[in-house]
Design a protein around this ligand. Structure first.
Ligand SMILES: [Zn+2]
Length: 114
C-alpha cells in the first residue's frame, strides 16, 4: 500500500501563492502559511485578518487588539501561477521519476515543486 500525501487532495501546499476567489478578500493574493487539511482550510499571510481582543498576560503580552489571519475555506482560494499571472487550476501528474508533480492547467508548466 503506497503512502498517500494527504495534501494532494487539495493540491495547495504551504508557501504556495494563492488568490482568494470568493469573499471579502476576493482578488487578493498571498502566501500560504498553513494548510489545515482536516478542516479543509488554509491560512494565508496577511489575508482574512480578524481583530482579536486579548487580555494582558504579563510583560511579554501587554494585551490589546491583535490582528491575526483567520483560516479561509480552501475552496475559496486558487493557486496563483506566476507565468499566467492568474489564478489557475492545478493538475497532478506523475513525473518520469514517479514523483507527483503539480502542473498549471493553463500554461502546462510544473509549478511549486521543490
Ligand atoms: Zn500557468
Amino acid at each position: 500500500m503506497a503512502s498517500v500525501n494527504r495534501q494532494v487532495k487539495y493540491k495547495i501546499r504551504k508557501n504556495d501563492m494563492v488568490m482568494v476567489v470568493k469573499g471579502r478578500d476576493r482578488g487578493k493574493t498571498g502566501k500560504v502559511m498553513r494548510v489545515l487539511v482536516d478542516r479543509g482550510r488554509v491560512v494565508v499571510e496577511r489575508l482574512n485578518i480578524v481583530k482579536r481582543h486579548s487580555k494582558p498576560r504579563g510583560a511579554a503580552s501587554p494585551g490589546g487588539i491583535v490582528e491575526k489571519e483567520a483560516p479561509l475555506n480552501i475552496a475559496n482560494v486558487m493557486f496563483f501561477c506566476d507565468r499566467c499571472n492568474a489564478p489557475v487550476r492545478l493538475a497532478v501528474k506523475l513525473a518520469e521519476d514517479k514523483t507527483r508533480i503539480r502542473v498549471c492547467r493553463r500554461c502546462g508548466e510544473a509549478v511549486g515543486n521543490d
